[in-house]
Each structure stands twice: as structure tokens, then as C-alpha cells.
Write a protein of this length. Structure first.
Length: 292
């Protein structure tokens, strides 16, 4: 059963990873609602990371404050969290192109999440925390056909070698849940975790063309293995952002929410792209192989 809460529009909401693909859309959603947004990112002086945020429309009463925050820097995290009523922790390191997944993917997720928890402990202002997890934190690396995953499922077999992203996401979520469980029920912030699958949809910056959008790039550049029939769960990035924002006021406390719009074969994705962009040279034979 959904539970609705009221949020005062003059309360500040912190979004970590605000310049990222999902984070940018969360900021856009909040600003459109007239929320006061504190957007935290590593390099606020970098136009490629900031200009698209500054160009977002802002609803009545809303405002945007861009602040520097490196998740490895506890002082910067403390300063970013201080005074906020809501925290949406969307910062994450993607596995794509990382040569050292432990250092570049797992450690930032764990250390960054711990610093967020410590920063919340250091202030009494935070009432609500939404943590961006993933279906990768729920789905094991190996599983039998037909298995049903639930809110009790975890990617417990993930390792740095076989699933660094799943290890990072599951580890960070377990960390925040253990921290939350050990806090006083009467004073701890309300926690909800959001679990998107493969996220597609319009990027707000050219920097967002990696990550899950690399699937589209692989189709266009024909780098996806011809013999591999790829089937994925997908969701629109705008729905992911909406889920995060609604989770501040709706949903069961401590709930884990899968955010999935549907599922498709990559051949079907390619067919849609071929119809939408007929001027592009989509290699039909390649996709026929995928659908076999």
C-alpha cells in the first residue's frame, strides 16, 4: 500500500551525481515541480557537466544551486548534505570502459555511500533518503530460467571479476540498509531504494552517450556480436527520474522498487531505430542474425 507524505516546497533536496544521465533527469523533474535543488557534482566549473543543468526550466518557487562534491571527500559530502531535508543519492560509477573495476566501480560506490550515511548522521535535517540501486543488485550473475526475483533477492554471487557493477550496487545498498536498520526508528530518515533496469531515453548532455546508451551505439557501429541474441529489460530515463521523485513521498518505508518499462530483443530495438531514422545505414542482416 502506497503511503503519501507532504513535502514543504521550501525544503532543500540534494541530488548526488547530478550531472549524470539519471541524475540530470532527476534534477529536471524536481525543478519542474518548483523544488529547491542542490545539485552535487565533482566538477561544477566544467561546462560540459553543468551547462545542461543551468539550462533546465524551473517551476515557480524552484531554484538550482550547483555545489562541488567528491564522494571520496567526507568534508565536501558533509557540506553538501547539511541543511537538506531530502537526499537522492544517484551518483554511481559505470563499468563501461573501466580498467580497474575494484578501484573505479566498487570502491566509489561503497565509500561514497558510507560518506553519505555519515553526513546524514552529522546533521539532523534529513527526513527522506532515496538511494539509486539497480536490478543488478537483485539479479544474481547466474540463475535458472524461469526463476522469480523478489524484494528478498540479492546478487550474492557477484564478484569483481564476473559482475563488478552488480557487486558495487548490491554492496552499496546493503551498506545503506544496514546503516538505516541500526538507527532509531523514530529519528532515522525514511529510506526507499530504486532499482532501474537498462535505461534508455533522451540524454540531456553529450556526456550521457555512454553507459546504457552504449547499447544503441553498439547497434549503430555494428560492434555487438552477431551470434548473440540479446534480450533486455528497458525503462525510459524520465520514468526513472519520476520514480525517484515520487519515492520521496510515496511507497513503503524501506521498500525496494523495481523500475521496469518492458522487455525487448535488441532486434526489436533496432527495428524501431530503423523506422525512426531511415536515413541511417542499419545493417539488416546483422539484426536478422540476432532474431534467429
Amino acid at each position: 500500500m502506497l503511503q503519501g507524505l507532504r513535502v514543504a516546497m521550501d525544503e532543500v533536496v540534494l541530488v548526488t551525481g547530478a550531472s549524470g544521465y539519471i541524475g540530470s533527469h532527476i534534477v529536471a523533474n524536481l525543478l519542474a515541480r518548483g523544488r529547491i535543488v542542490r545539485a552535487a557534482l565533482r566538477a561544477p566549473d566544467d561546462p560540459e557537466r553543468v551547462d545542461h543543468l543551468l539550462a533546465l526550466p524551473i517551476g515557480e518557487g524552484g531554484s538550482l544551486d550547483v555545489v562541488k562534491m567528491d564522494l571520496f571527500d567526507a568534508d565536501e559530502v558533509n557540506a553538501a548534505v547539511a541543511g537538506c531535508s531530502d537526499v537522492i543519492h544517484a551518483a554511481a560509477a559505470l563499468y563501461v570502459g573501466k580498467s580497474d573495476p575494484q578501484k573505479d566501480v566498487v570502491d566509489p560506490s561503497l565509500i561514497g555511500t558510507q560518506n553519505i550515511c555519515d553526513a546524514i548522521d552529522a546533521t539532523d535535517s534529513v527526513k527522506r533518503l532515496v538511494h539509486t540501486s539497480s536490478t543488478a543488485a537483485i539479479r544474481p550473475t547466474k540463475y535458472e530460467d524461469g526463476v522469480c526475483f523478489t524484494s528478498e533477492s540479492w546478487a550474492d554471487d557477484a564478484t569483481v571479476e564476473n559482475n563488478a557493477y552488480g557487486l558495487a550496487k548490491a554492496g552499496a545498498e546493503k551498506l545503506v540498509r544496514e546503516w538505516h536498520a541500526n538507527k532509531d526508528e523514530n529519528t532515522r530518515p525514511r529510506l526507499v531504494t530504486i532499482h532501474p533496469c537498462v535505461v534508455f531515453g533522451p540524454p540531456l548532455s553529450k556526456r550521457h552517450l555512454g553507459g546504457s546508451l552504449s547499447y544503441i551505439e553498439a547497434l549503430y557501429k555494428r560492434t555487438m556480436p552477431k551470434s548473440l541474441p540479446v534480450h533486455i529489460n528497458i525503462v525510459d530515463v524520465r520514468d526513472v527520474a519520476e520514480s525517484h521523485v515520487r519515492a520521496l513521498t510515496e511507497g513503503e518505508p524501506c521498500g525496494r522498487y523495481l523500475v521496469i518499462g518492458g522487455d525487448m530483443w535488441m532486434k526489436d530495438v533496432a527495428d524501431i531505430l530503423r523506422t525512426a531514422y531511415p536515413e541511417r545505414k542499419w545493417p539488416k542482416g546483422f539484426f536478422l542474425t540476432l532474431s534467429a
